[in-house]
Design a protein around this ligand. Structure first.
Ligand code: PRP
Ligand code: URA
Length: 210
C-alpha cells in the first residue's frame, strides 16, 4: 500500500463504523455516526498541523505555550454524501472555510459527473481536506482533486470512511503525493462498483432517500 494511505484503527472509530455498516441502523443514527467518525478522523488527519510558540499569561505566571501557526484549513465535501462529514470536522476546526464540489456517478458508466464547484477564494493560503465517506472506483475523488488542484491550494488531503482497494490504487496512482485517511480498507468492489462489505449507498443512508 502507498505510504501516504493511513487506516485509522482507533477503537472508537472502529466501534462506530461497525454500527454504521449495519443495515438496521436508521437514518438519524447513521447521520450522527458519520459526523462523529469524521470528527475522530479529523483529529488524526490534522496531527501534522504546525504549531508556533506564544506567551500566555496565566493567573500566576507567563506560560510559554503553543498555538496553531498561521496555516488555515478548508474542508471540501463531495456532494452529496460528503456533506454528512462537515458538522463533525467543523466541531474540531470551527474557523475552517467550506467549499463544495458536486459529483455523482453515472449509474450506467460509473464515470463521475461534475455538476457544481464553489471553493473559498483564498484557497492558495489554505490546506484542503476533501471529504467523502466512500472511495469506490476512485473516479469521483480523482476528479474532485483534479478540480481543486486548479485553484492552487497549499496542500490537499483526502478523508473517507471506507475505501475499496481498487479505489485506493486508482487514487494513489493519480495523486501519489496526497495523504489519504480512511477508517477501513474493505475487501473489493462488486459488479455494480459498490464496496464489499461496505455500508451500501452512503448518500441514500445519510439523507434517507431510499
Ligand atoms: C458516492 C460516494 C462517492 C462516490 C464514490 O456518491 O459518496 O462520491 O459514490 O464512488 P467512486 O469512487 O466510484 O467514484 P454518489 O455518486 O452515489 O452520489 P451521491 O453522494 O450524490 O449519492
Ligand atoms: N458509493 C456508495 O455510496 N457506496 C458504495 O459502496 C460505492 C459508492
Amino acid at each position: 500500500m502507498n505510504d501516504n494511505v493511513y487506516v485509522l484503527d482507533h477503537p472508537l472509530i472502529q466501534h462506530k463504523l461497525s454500527i454504521l455498516r449495519d443495515k438496521d441502523t436508521g437514518t438519524k443514527m447513521f447521520r450522527e455516526l458519520v459526523s462523529e467518525i469524521a470528527m475522530l478522523m479529523c483529529y488524526e488527519a490534522t496531527r501534522d498541523i504546525p504549531l508556533k510558540e506564544v506567551d500566555v499569561e496565566t493567573p500566576v505566571a507567563i506560560a510559554r505555550t503553543k498555538v496553531i501557526a498561521g496555516r488555515k484549513l478548508a474542508f471540501v465535501p463531495i456532494l452529496r454524501a460528503g456533506l454528512g462529514m462537515v458538522d463533525g470536522v467543523l466541531n474540531l476546526v470551527p474557523s475552517a472555510k467550506v467549499g463544495h464540489i458536486g459529483m455523482y456517478r453515472d449509474p450506467e458508466t460509473m464515470e463521475p459527473v461534475n455538476y457544481y464547484c464553489k471553493l473559498p477564494a483564498d484557497l492558495p493560503e489554505r490546506e484542503v481536506i476533501v471529504l467523502d465517506p466512500m472511495l469506490a472506483t476512485g473516479g469521483s475523488a480523482i476528479d474532485a482533486v483534479n478540480t481543486i488542484k486548479k485553484y492552487n491550494p497549499k496542500s490537499i488531503k483526502f478523508m473517507c470512511i471506507i475505501a475499496a482497494p481498487e479505489g485506493l490504487k486508482a487514487f494513489t496512482d493519480a495523486h501519489p503525493e496526497i495523504h489519504v485517511y480512511c477508517a477501513s480498507k474493505d475487501i473489493k468492489l462488486n459488479e455494480h462498483s459498490y464496496i464489499i462489505p461496505g455500508l451500501g449507498d452512503a448518500g441514500d443512508r445519510i439523507f434517507g432517500t431510499k
